[in-house]
Design a protein around this ligand. Structure first.
Ligand SMILES: C[S@@+](CC[C@H](N)C(=O)[O-])C[C@H]1O[C@@H](n2cnc3c(N)ncnc32)[C@H](O)[C@@H]1O
Length: 228
């Protein structure tokens, strides 16, 4: 597993990840963490958790890594780990490690795969999750308003009928049971007492689509039931 340490990318030492897991009460994996500021905040507010930010664009995580490696009194957060990886090629250590997954405001392949229900992205997310782990994914819906960015043209909009009629079955085929879908104004989302929601600009008129799902366990509905 490749870890961002300050401005460098280093291979994790043997047993390093396992030790961090054993010292924590909960493992939260923030997929597509970007600059990792949301991961940092969650880790800081929950010192007994291990927060793992995952992103293939590792250079964007370096500033947060530098900050997290300071002494705790100076903003250091020892329970934050930043990993260079795409979710569809997660390193072995991360497989089945997450008690909870976040996908917050994704873009690129992660956004497209999440919204279209692509097998590689949804299975990648499932590969990282423990059975029954919850997943929260948020997408700002303004990307579907004119002028629609070229990258988004043709991407189905996340609406309740789309989620119910199309996406849920695709997610289920990859081991995720969709549990809820909400459209929330950013100002209301920001009022929710959670670290990631506060990240949104409270003055924004943005409507946020929030999809939640739970990883099917060994005895839960699995691929065989998909599409029935
Ligand atoms: C808008 S950015 C950062 C979002 C971040 N969660 C936040 O709230 O600021 C979206 C990120 O998704 C990442 N991403 C795109 N495809 C991905 C994939 N297949 N696996 C993991 N991350 C991916 C990009 O590298 C980018 O950093």
């Amino acid at each position: 597993m490749q870890i961002v340490r300050g401005k460098k990318l280093e291979k994790a030492s043997d047993g390093e990840f396992q030790q961090l897991v054993e010292a924590s009460s909960r493992v939260v994996v923030d997929v597509g963490t970007g600059d990792a500021r949301a991961s940092y905040r969650i880790a800081k507010e929950n010192p007994s958790w291990l927060v793992v930010g995952v992103d293939p664009a590792w250079q964007r995580m370096t500033q947060t890594s530098i900050r997290s490696r300071r002494k705790p009194a100076k903003g250091g957060v020892p329970n934050l780990l930043l990993v260079n990886s795409s979710v569809e090629n997660a390193p072995d250590e991360l497989l089945g490690a997450a008690d909870e997954l976040l996908v917050l405001m994704p873009w690129g392949k992660l956004l497209h795969g999440l919204v279209r229900g692509d097998e590689d992205i949804w299975s990648g997310l499932r590969s990282v999750a423990k059975p029954n782990a919850p997943l929260t994914a948020t997408v700002g819906t303004s990307i579907w308003r004119e002028p629609v960015p070229r990258d988004i043209q043709g991407l189905p909009e996340l609406t309740r009928p789309y989620v119910d009629e199309v996406l849920s079955a695709k997610a289920l085929a990859c081991g995720w049971k969709v549990t809820d879908f909400q459209l929330t104004r950013a100002e209301e989302a920001a009022a929710v007492s959670s670290s990631w929601a506060r990240r949104l600009d409270a003055a924004s008129t943005e409507v946020i689509a929030t999809l939640t799902a739970v990883a099917a366990g060994a005895d839960a509905e699995g691929p065989a039931e998909a599409g029935q």
